[in-house]
Design a protein. Structure first.
Length: 159
């Protein structure tokens, strides 16, 4: 793996993994709702973890290195994370009620994630990779492992 693009590559790969989980949910929700629900749970928890990693580690590191926070790209990304979270919860409420009629919410989420991920992958992640040292990058990956699951694993108890 290219040392200079490790964050970009890792986070792009996680975007792809999450996309596949969501596609599995969509494909199975009308034929095997139990498996679809499992895929959605894994997607939701994984996306929440991804957002925590970004906001707690990547964005704060980038802001510290560049001095840009208010009005900068990380502020935009955090606002979009809130919108993504709301869409995720609207789908979750229906999934929890065993209601597969989530097509409209799914489309909104797909549109939002598509735009959001593109900005991260083409601009923010490469910018982070360009301003952090190897040691800082390695610290990010170590710190990702230490974030308690309670910070992102808010999903699906009892269903």
């Amino acid at each position: 793996m290219n040392e200079q693009a490790m964050i970009t590559m890792f986070y792009e790969k996680d975007h792809d993994r999450l996309d596949e989980l969501f596609k599995t949910f969509q494909r199975l929700k009308r034929s095997d709702f139990a498996k679809a629900k499992d895929a959605f749970k894994e997607f939701k928890v994984g996306l929440q973890r991804h957002i925590v990693w970004e906001e707690d580690l990547l964005f704060t590191l980038w802001e510290a290195k560049t001095g840009i926070s208010e009005g900068g790209p990380t502020m935009v990304m955090r606002n979009e994370h809130r919108q993504i979270g709301q869409l995720l919860e609207s789908i979750h409420e229906k999934v929890a009620a065993d209601n597969p009629e989530t097509d409209q919410e799914e489309q909104w989420l797909i549109n939002m994630l598509g735009s959001h991920n593109m900005k991260e992958e083409r601009v923010l992640y490469p910018s982070i990779d360009s301003v952090v040292s190897v040691a800082e990058r390695e610290q990010v990956f170590r710190d990702m492992e230490t974030i308690p699951a309670a910070r992102y694993n808010a999903c699906c108890t009892g269903h």
